[in-house]
Design a binder for this molecule. Structure first.
Ligand SMILES: [Zn+2]
Length: 235
């Protein structure tokens, strides 16, 4: 293998490594964001429940005040009633007192229902708080692991970039720009091998003469199908 071809092969591998590593350094932050977003969903659900619990507490306090004021009103009526001598008036007031007694029972039922709902909501709040705390701990571990991975990928990427820059600088400028042009247009490997006489980049079947030339590594040959640079790396 000529020196130039060896460099091309190595460069192509370094570029592949660079794109693998840079893909990873881009996907890790996205992965982290996804985890944070999941945690936020639980946090928001918790906020909604806490607001609901607050509403229920306010309702319950309202019911309690209403029970007290209705009871006071009833006691006042009872007092007035005790002073009434007229039978018809006494009866009318009895109805009113009875209505207030029913009203108190009704509000007390509502207050009880509201309290029961509040207890259920509180249970759900505690469950979500536990879940959030658990998720927060889990995410803490994940965050640490992913950040370590990210730092190591970034380091490897930097090393690979330096390696590829070193290789590129050893290429003849004309070959270098040809290489870069192919890599840009193909978006992946600019240098490919052949398998059973065909280009591994596009499948183009090479004439036997070309295969021989490749084996002898006399010169750099571009695939007639895709334009990638072909190298002989054994079949
Ligand atoms: Zn090809």
């Amino acid at each position: 293998m000529s020196e130039e071809i060896r460099i091309l092969v190595e460069l192509s591998r370094a570029d592949l490594e660079c794109s693998r590593l840079s893909g990873r350094t881009e996907s890790i932050p996205r992965e982290l964001d996804k985890h944070e977003a999941e945690l936020m969903v639980h946090g928001r659900a918790l906020e909604v429940l806490e607001l609901h619990a607050e509403d229920l507490r306010r309702d319950r306090r309202g019911f309690e005040r209403e029970v007290e004021s209705t009871k006071t009103r009833r006691r006042e009526l009872e007092l007035q009633q005790s002073r009434i001598k007229n039978n018809a008036e006494f009866q009318a007031m009895s109805h009113e007192v009875e209505d207030l007694r029913r009203r108190v029972a009704e509000i007390e039922d509502q207050a009880l229902a509201s309290m029961q709902e509040e207890e259920q909501v509180q249970t759900e709040i505690r469950r979500l708080q536990d879940l959030c705390a658990q998720e927060e701990r889990r995410l803490g571990g994940v965050r640490e692991r992913l950040n370590e991975e990210l730092a190591s990928y970034r380091q490897d990427l930097e090393a690979s970039r330096q390696r590829r820059d070193g290789l590129v600088s050893q290429l003849d400028p004309q070959l270098r720009s040809r290489y870069e042009r192919i890599r840009r247009s193909k978006g992946d490997m600019a240098v490919v091998g052949i398998v059973q006489g065909s280009c591994t980049g596009c499948g183009y079947h090479l004439p036997a003469q070309r295969v021989l030339e490749l084996q002898r590594a006399e010169r750099i040959i571009a695939c007639e199908g895709c334009g990638r640079l072909l190298v002989w790396i054994g079949e």
